[in-house]
Design a protein around this ligand. Sequence first.
Ligand code: PHE
Length: 391
Amino acid sequence: MRGLCFRVLVLCVFVVSCQSHPPGAVSPSSVIGQDTIRVGEVGSMTGSGATFGISTHQGILLAVEELNQKGGIAGKKLELISLDDQGQPNEAVLAVQKLAGQHSVRAILGEVASTVSLAMAPVAQQFQVPMITPSSINSKVTEAGDFVFRVCFVDRFQSKVMAQFALNHIRAKAAAILEDVKSDYSRDSAKIFTKHFTEGGGKIVLSQSYASGDIDFRSQLTAIRAAAPDVILVPGYYTEIGLIARQKAELGLKTPLLGGDGWDSPKLTEIGGEALSGSFFVSHFSLDHPSPSVQRFVDAYRAHFRGASPDGLAALGYDAAKILGEALKKTAGEGGRELRKALASTRDFPGVTGRITLGPDRNAVKSAVVFEVLHGGKLKSAAWMSPDSFR
Ligand code: PHE
């Protein structure tokens, strides 16, 4: 199996191919700087969810470079050690052990997928190394302990937004659900959606499931067609969503699909094409947000990564690394309990994904954007919803 590892030393980026080493390994040829502050990253740089890891990595890289350009932390540069977990929970656990044990990192950034973060979190807690997931929204992730943080909103909020949007904007009375049984993110999102949608007067007419990696969804979609819902909730990842949309269109089903942040990848419409137009999904970040700091980030990202635009994951990775940088400044580069305390005192941090306060539960409370997929795969912000809209 081919593993890739990413190593950033000071301002330079070394992408080292580690074919002869087990996945997640660090190239022994890389020299680790003595006088740097090491920070770890765990992500799916390869495998079916590779765009998750790569987008996040690029956002983190940009933030680390900016922090280093501004003088680093207490006179030292940040050194990012990134390990590939191929989207596998067991690989992510090994990566945390390696980063905390062998590399003595001050903190760990990652993972994207909730199922993977849920496996990592107790290990980071055990090592007392602060972990910040940029984008795992499953509520249980930060419940692993007081060293585990996130800079994104939680599933309780996203599912409420999806339910409100289905009821008030799509004017749906009947919903069908198609969930991924292998994903904690998907299962819990579906559960919370059901609660809010039914409390709001809607009815779940049918629940169907699949397992990530599946490619044929026709039997579930045929059953859904017979149940005649007004909307189909698909809280999954982009990898399957595109295929689901295509097969739905082949079956002549016009019902809109509604999803969450797991749809947010440039690959979504590459796979789903026109079949996705008229669908909606909730996410964290919009490129056309007018705020000057968002526009500055978008420009810097494009300049850095050959014109590529940041997606939600890149923006969340950037915010997570910047928040870690601020906390490390407060501790003058120290890790452990001190760093944990500094992270826990994050208030009103002006992130590109919104203002971030890490409350006592170590979760961020933020707004969400709902995108409509238009013809040609363009995205339009159909609504912004803040936690206040539900009070
Ligand atoms: N929120 C997803 C999870 O918790 C991960 C994700 C975030 C995927 C954003 C894509 C974009 O598993």
